[in-house]
Design a protein around this ligand. Sequence first.
Ligand code: SF4
Length: 367
Amino acid sequence: MIYVHIPFCKSRCLYCDFFSTTSLDLRGGFLRSLLNEIKERTEEIRLARANTIYIGGGTPSQMAPNDLKAIFDTLQCISPLEEGAEVTMECNPDDVSSEFIEGLLATPVNRVSMGVQCMNDDLLHLLNRRHTAEQARKAVEMLRCAGYHNISIDLMYGLPGQTMEMWQNDVDELLSMRVPHLSAYSLQWEEGTALYRMMEKGQVSEAPEELSIEMYRYLVEATRCAGMEHYEISNYALPGMRARHNSGYWRNEAYVGLGPGAHSYDGKAKRSSNPPDLLYYIKTTGLPQQEVELLDEDALYEEYVLKSLRTMDGLDLGLLAPKYRNYALKMVQPHILAGRVEHHGDVLRLTEDGIFVSNDVMSDMML
Ligand code: SF4
């Protein structure tokens, strides 16, 4: 699994604390450094396998088509794409134009993940998103016309001023479009973001928790009626359309992350990351001093609990050493009795009620 982080955005959305910059003039230096990093990390890239590639950000669709092609060409020289590989690129609806699609067709991208967030223009404007609902509709249509049917849409709920009716309209419209994959997250109020500061000044307020829960319940039910699998806490897919790259993260598979701020994992006990500092990344031609973390047995156990319980495949007790298996079973018992976790054979899985208190369940299972 290969991840490439493109740290550029045309403008900043008010709620966002991802690592990205609006200094688009740094794209040239970034690209040179990224291509160098790819060439210098050949061995790791080969070991991580090109069975999935995910180009994320930031906003990858802010890179010129030729630059994207150069990234894929360089990657493929080192590690040719495996048969049937999933190649995803994130993009923003306002970037989807005929020229953009023409450029995309020259790359191996076969899955597009689009940040739509909501279909209400007032809310989009409030969040400083650059697109309108109509642009999102158009983008899906244009991508489909060009043959891109594997489309994932990101949505947000619990937005300031978002009513249940607005949310139902968004969900209903997207489901009627038969988009095969949805990711929906409740708005996180991250300190340091512009939206957080607006909340502190009393200009916006958090949605009541009950409303966010009601929105989540509506989504779960509506996606189920539409034949989608709710296969991870925040992800829904038509049969056969699960995100393979993200599923690999949840299964603890090895991946290599390229670009500033990108993380890598060797599939065993070593995590490493490039610092989230674009100028430093450019100065070191893509070879910054990495931060490295070695996970001990306890950390690996906790990581497995956190990742596996997010998915509907659940936590396989059979994969744990006896001391961790016994501990996990003891700590999860009250949640099984309360109907928040199911226990079948060796597998523990959150029930629908358990999903709403997943943080409590997971934290009780920590060491
Ligand atoms: S486009 Fe995405 S990465 Fe960029 S600021 Fe908005 S939410 Fe953050």
